[in-house]
Design a protein around this ligand. Structure first.
Ligand SMILES: Cc1cc2nc3c(=O)[nH]c(=O)nc-3n(C[C@H](O)[C@H](O)[C@H](O)COP(=O)(O)OP(=O)(O)OC[C@H]3O[C@@H](n4cnc5c(N)ncnc54)[C@H](O)[C@@H]3O)c2cc1C
Length: 470
């Protein structure tokens, strides 16, 4: 079908202001391309039609049109994904949820909020806060990511040790399937034991089963007061020993993150900040605690004293106020940005059972030394969740194409190792385009076939985000 025909057809259904075609010159090429790309930087956008629906009915009209005319669709959220899930490179229609950003309802009895799926995650935090509540899923990209994108990727973030993943906060969903049908899953009640809970199929489905248009999210009480501890740790095993101790601590742990000296150097360079410690250390751990009781500050000191006495840390510091909390967090949250702005990086986001982590890392280091001799590696992540972000940096004198080919050839060795230690090849970023060739390292053939069968139910023509996931 010609693009002009598609543009006219869609404009008649949802209004011409919501449909943009590449050849119209209403948007520069870079901005237009950006709606069909995410943060992977490895793909080129190739698509002609971009639509901005404003409500679920608009999305249903778009999908019905696509179904009738066999046109593929890419749902586009905040485009902060690291798996190529929101990439449109085969002439698909890009459906951006940018204009679907409204609060629909707040229920003080249930402690829940209903919003459109294009709401930026940080705005959701604000909406919850204004109502005296707290939405706890947070990470460095929430200033741009959409709540719909978070649900489609089942995002994690920095407070999973305490609050879990996005999946744990979704009460209800409205989705538009690959035929244009609108499905509303639960939401207004806590208890509903009436068969399969289908919304969970759509959480983490990366836009392959339906377009999420609205969601009802559970909220919670905000943590009263937060204290951040930053410690310098001599070796990886000590990080695990510190984490084991946090389980028996009477203070609620909100976050447990780690990074290496190399990552700290990158952040210092990028943000122009100084090191928090007088001497460099191999690793750093950031712990965040809720302090609400009278003696909680003392308990915090005793945690620091305990890990110091056991010689698990070389140095440590407790943030004295919320500004210092933020400063400490910058050392951790600035890592991704400092890498992506100054380097070409091959990212791997993996998870392992913590009990296997030390043995895995030892074998992993040997593998990296043999396959990537002399390459710089940035290792950091949500270690309390068993989640490592392993980033390999392109050497300055290597061509980009050669670098990514090399990484792709080494990835299977790494994935075999992850399989050996019962881990996952994607902890929280998803599979998208980037890891679809390797899905078999984490999911069995039967599982993958079952996923394909489920896709056929909701997307019989295979037009929703085709080529992603499998
Ligand atoms: C600096 C940085 C830090 C990050 N840290 C974390 C982290 O700690 N934890 C974490 O989990 N992730 C992290 N990410 C990855 C990313 O932010 C998450 O995957 C996020 O949930 C993606 O949301 P998005 O709105 O940007 O989705 P997009 O990138 O736009 O899309 C992601 C996938 O979801 C689909 N999709 C988007 N919206 C919808 C919808 N409404 N309906 C159906 N499908 C849809 C897309 O087609 C695509 O497959 C980080 C990214 C950056 C850049």
């Amino acid at each position: 079908m010609k693009n002009t025909e598609i543009k006219t057809g869609l404009s008649e259904l949802i209004g011409d202001k919501k449909v943009i075609s590449r050849d119209e010159n209403t948007m520069d090429t870079g901005s237009f391309d950006a709606f069909g790309l995410d943060r992977t930087k490895t793909y080129k956008a190739n698509y002609q039609i971009l639509v901005f629906p404003e409500n679920t009915d608009d999305v249903a009209s778009i999908m019905k049109y696509a179904y009738a005319n066999n046109i593929s669709i890419v749902p586009s959220g905040g485009r902060t994904g690291y798996a190529g899930g929101a990439v449109a490179k085969n002439g698909e229609i890009v459906v951006s949820l940018d204009k679907m950003n409204q609060v629909l309802e707040f229920d003080p009895f249930l402690g829940s909020i209903a919003v459109q799926a294009g709401m930026v995650t940080k705005n959701l935090h604000k909406e919850a806060e204004e109502r005296g509540f707290y939405y706890p899923v947070d990470f460095a990209a929430t200033g741009s990511s959409h709540i719909g994108g978070n649900i489609a990727t089942n995002a994690g973030g920095v407070r999973v040790v305490r609050y879990g993943l996005v999946r744990d906060w979704v009460l209800g969903l409205t989705v538009v399937t690959g035929t244009g049908e609108i499905l509303r899953f639960n939401g207004e009640i806590l208890k509903n034991n009436t068969g399969y809970d289908l919304k969970h199929l759509f959480i983490g489905s990366e836009g392959t089963l339906g377009i999420i248009t609205e969601c009802i999210l559970k909220l919670t009480a905000p943590p009263k007061d937060i204290r951040v501890i930053l410690v310098a740790v001599p070796d990886f095993k000590s990080i695990l020993d510190i984490f084991k101790k946090t389980h028996s601590s009477p203070l609620p742990l909100l976050a447990f993150e780690f990074f290496t000296e190399f990552c700290l150097e990158k952040v210092k360079e990028h943000l122009g900040v100084n090191s928090p410690f007088s001497e460099a250390s191999a690793y750093y751990v950031l712990m965040e605690y809720e302090v609400s009781g009278e003696n909680d500050e003392d308990k915090l000191f005793s945690i620091l004293e305990d890990i110091t006495n056991d010689e698990l840390i070389m140095d440590g510091s407790i943030a004295q106020n919320s500004r210092q909390n933020e400063t400490f967090w910058k050392y951790r949250e600035g890592i991704s940005e400092s890498l992506s702005l100054h380097d070409t990086v091959h990212k791997n986001d993996i998870s392992l059972p913590l009990r296997n982590m030390d043995a895995f890392l030892q074998e992993m280091e040997a593998l990296l030394d043999s396959k990537y001799p002399g390459f710089q590696i940035a290792l950091f992540g949500h270690i309390g969740d068993g989640n490592l972000h392993l980033n390999i940096l392109k050497p300055k004198d290597m061509e980009v194409e050669e670098f990514f080919l090399k990484c792709k050839s080494v990835d299977p060795d790494m994935f075999r190792l992850i399989q050996k230690y019962h881990g996952s090849i994607s902890a929280e970023h998803g599979i998208g385009l980037l890891k679809k060739d390797f899905l078999g390292f984490s999911r069995s053939e039967v599982e993958i076939e079952s996923m394909k069968s489920i896709k056929k139910i909701f997307d019989p023509k295979g037009i929703l985000n085709p080529g992603k996931l499998f």
